[in-house]
Design a protein around this ligand. Structure first.
Ligand code: ADQ
Length: 452
């Protein structure tokens, strides 16, 4: 089997908070082996070369950036320009030419480091928006290996992406990969539509292929999954302890997210507030437990969302709390994966209400953790990539906070038979299209591009 070389900005480190991408790739590489290259914590001065930080089921290497580079490449171009643009938030997009210059330079440098260590039959798999130009830079180094790309976030609409000054380079960047993997069919359609509009490619009918000058590459969807069996097992083990710790007087409604404006947290709290105001006819005392550790705290838009969330959660609690009841419990610290699995199992409802989201692993983890004989209800935004596969979740439009309130009311009173039916249908795809399935399907498709 060829060696797999994975590149992503974030890489597992003992002390680092993780997000969806890290959990997913760690599960995959632990089973398959290979090399993972990512960014080290920034230091005062930039250091050249790759440093090995771990060996075991797979080997880990890091490249090092100075604080100044990290600021412009990561907080600047990646998270203040690309992230909002790709999440339909042009209003939050900030653009600076020097951010892009450093982003591009970091990609060039990482390409030179990787080109130097590749063996001829290595398979290279690059992840996410931090490395859009990386394959084009590797091709400049005459790298002829198979190079795949997976975008974990949504592919933006034509209008949004046109707001990004550097989008004119995107067709070249994409064409340097052999396979561009996206989360959903909706993303594939958006990407093909964008390329069609540039007029610089020929969209072939078969297999999502695209021809650009002398190169043929493919754009396909590969909805990312979770390690459903492991989550189910952890949920079974952790459940009793968690239930003991989280005592509630009524139904437990759970939210688990990085604190990010794309996750629809404000709308969710508002929706819960509206439920308490107008839909709670039986006078229940539900608890909404939101776990939302701070992420990207150095970016202004993230400081703003944190402040807004504090205010609105405080206001809902202020209106409804009693001496022995706090409707919203808001936990900002990181919670272990096992405890989260136990919470999923213990919760009656999981609220997943992003305004835009590549996939959303929390939706799938929640379903994986349920007890089949007494499952909870997933309320799922129509704008999460997961909604394409999980049609039997209770759908909501998070911009319509009344729809969230109504969905909570419906979930709380849902008869057991309907809960089981919905769970069964969702669990089929969650358990069969799991993280191993995702990795296998993607890598098989990438290999098929070599022989085509
Ligand atoms: P994220 O935006 O990070 O991922 P998501 O898919 O929801 O979003 O994954 C979050 C992960 O972090 C889940 O596995 C969750 O259990 C975990 N997590 C969240 N809060 C936690 C906490 N407090 N403590 C511990 N763990 C926590 C990006 C894209 C998504 C895409 C994933 C994977 O934005 O759309 O689904 O990558 O491709």
């Amino acid at each position: 089997m060829s060696r797999l070389v994975v590149i992503s900005n974030r890489i597992p480190k003992d002390d680092a908070p993780a997000g969806g991408l890290v959990f997913a790739l760690d599960e995959l590489l632990s089973k398959r082996g290979g090399i993972w290259i990512g960014a080290d914590d920034p230091s005062d001065s930039r250091k050249d070369g790759l440093k090995q930080i771990g060996a075991g089921a797979y080997d880990r290497f890091v490249f090092q950036l100075s604080h100044a580079e990290h600021e412009k490449y990561y907080h600047g171009y990646a998270n203040s320009a690309l992230w909002p643009t790709f999440h339909s938030r042009r209003d939050l997009m900030r653009h600076r030419a020097d951010w892009f210059a450093v982003y591009y330079d970091v990609n060039s440098r990482v390409a030179s480091l990787i080109a130097n260590m590749l063996k001829p039959d290595d398979i290279v798999w690059i992840h996410d928006y931090h490395f859009l130009p990386l394959a084009s830079k590797l091709r400049e180094w005459k790298v002829t290996n198979q190079i795949g790309f997976f975008l974990h976030i949504p592919f933006p609409s034509r209008t949004d992406i046109n707001a990004l000054p550097e989008h004119t380079m995107l067709p070249d960047w994409l064409a340097a990969f052999d396979l561009v993997g996206l989360q959903t069919q909706r993303d594939v359609a958006a990407c093909r539509e964008y390329l069609r509009q540039t007029g610089e490619v020929e969209l072939l009918i078969s297999g999502g292929r695209v021809q650009r000058q002398h190169r043929t590459f493919a754009i396909n969807s590969f909805p990312i999954g979770v390690d459903a069996d492991a989550i189910a097992k952890a949920a079974g083990t952790a459940h009793a302890d968690v239930a003991e710790r989280v005592k509630t007087a009524g139904p437990l409604i759970l939210g688990v997210d990085r604190l990010d404006y794309s996750k629809g947290l404000i709308q969710r709290v508002e929706g819960f507030g509206r439920y308490l105001d107008f839909y709670n006819s039986e006078g229940l005392r539900p608890t909404y437990l939101q776990i939302a550790p701070v992420s990207r705290g150095d970016v202004t838009a993230y400081q703003d969302i944190r402040q807004q969330l504090d205010e609105i959660a405080g206001s809902v609690n202020g209106s409804h709390a009693d001496l022995d009841w706090t409707p919203i419990r808001y936990v900002r610290r990181n919670v272990s994966r096992d405890v989260i699995s136990g919470l999923y199992r213990h919760a009656d409802i999981c609220l997943v209400t992003p305004l835009a989201d590549g996939m959303n692993l929390v939706a799938k983890e929640f379903i994986a953790a349920q007890a089949p004989e007494d499952p909870g209800v997933l309320i799922l935004s129509q704008f999460a990539g997961a909604a394409e596969q999980m049609e039997d979740a209770l759908p909501v439009n998070p911009f319509d906070t009344d729809s969230i309130a109504a969905a909570i009311a419906k979930a709380i009173s849902m008869p057991i038979d309907e809960r089981k039916e919905r769970y069964l249908s969702q669990s089929r795809s969650v358990f069969s299209e799991d993280i191993a399935w995702w990795g296998r399907t993607y890598l098989d498709r990438l290999a098929s591009m070599a022989v085509a």
